[in-house]
Design a protein around this ligand. Structure first.
Ligand SMILES: [Zn+2]
Length: 206
């Protein structure tokens, strides 16, 4: 498994957001849709098997309609469609107020494991930053969206954030077994670093 990181720099502001391309022999999986397919094609020509959304904030879904038009399956939490259709929830109001319309979303439940190509992916429901936040576990790699960063955690001051839920989600990730952490912003981290980071933030939040 080869993980490529694609960075987006927005004209409207420096969000420095990560979209990941998880590449295997039989194709690749995107974690979030913050870049166009043109950008993906600069990295790999392998088929895009699926787009997995960590949550429905605009920086995660800005190109989702492009992938949907190509009939690439989209996976997300059961709450994410609501975010796509509401500029308040998807926080695109901050810069351009957008609604994102796609056909079908394959809605994942907590702890659900799916197989995409040869890859097994487990969905973990981790609300707090947003009500629809999930993490994806692929082998020993955890993709944490905006729940957890290398030396920080996601904001909990959005309209649909919840501090208590964030505490529960972080505690859950603290007990989870993985090696590498790929988060929605910033650099790659690992479980050892997170043992420090999560404890520090739990103390601040509690
Ligand atoms: Zn977010």
């Amino acid at each position: 498994m080869n993980v490529h990181t694609l960075k987006v720099k927005w004209k409207e502001g420096e969000l420095n957001q990560n979209t990941y391309v998880v590449e295997q022999e039989d194709g690749c999986i995107l974690i979030d849709a913050g870049v166009s397919i043109e950008e993906i094609r600069k990295i790999t020509n392998k088929p895009i098997l699926a787009v997995l959304l960590t949550h429905g904030h605009f920086d995660r879904i800005d190109y989702i309609e492009e992938y949907d038009e190509l009939k690439i399956p989209i996976y997300a939490s059961i709450y994410t469609k609501k975010y796509m259709l509401d500029p308040n929830l998807n926080v695109s109001k901050m810069i351009k107020s957008r609604v994102y319309r796609v056909g079908k979303i394959n809605e994942l439940k907590d702890n659900e494991t799916i197989k995409i190509g040869k890859m097994e992916v487990k969905c973990l429901y981790t609300p707090g930053h947003s009500r629809d936040s999930v993490c994806y576990l692929m082998g020993d790699k955890l993709f944490s969206g905006d729940t957890l960063f290398s030396v920080s955690i996601g904001r909990t001051d959005f309209i649909d954030s919840n501090n208590d839920e964030m505490i529960k989600s972080l505690s859950r990730l603290d007990n989870l077994d993985y090696k590498e952490l790929y988060s929605g912003h910033g650099r790659v981290s690992n479980k050892a670093e997170q043992n420090q980071n999560i404890k520090q933030w739990l103390n601040i939040l509690k």
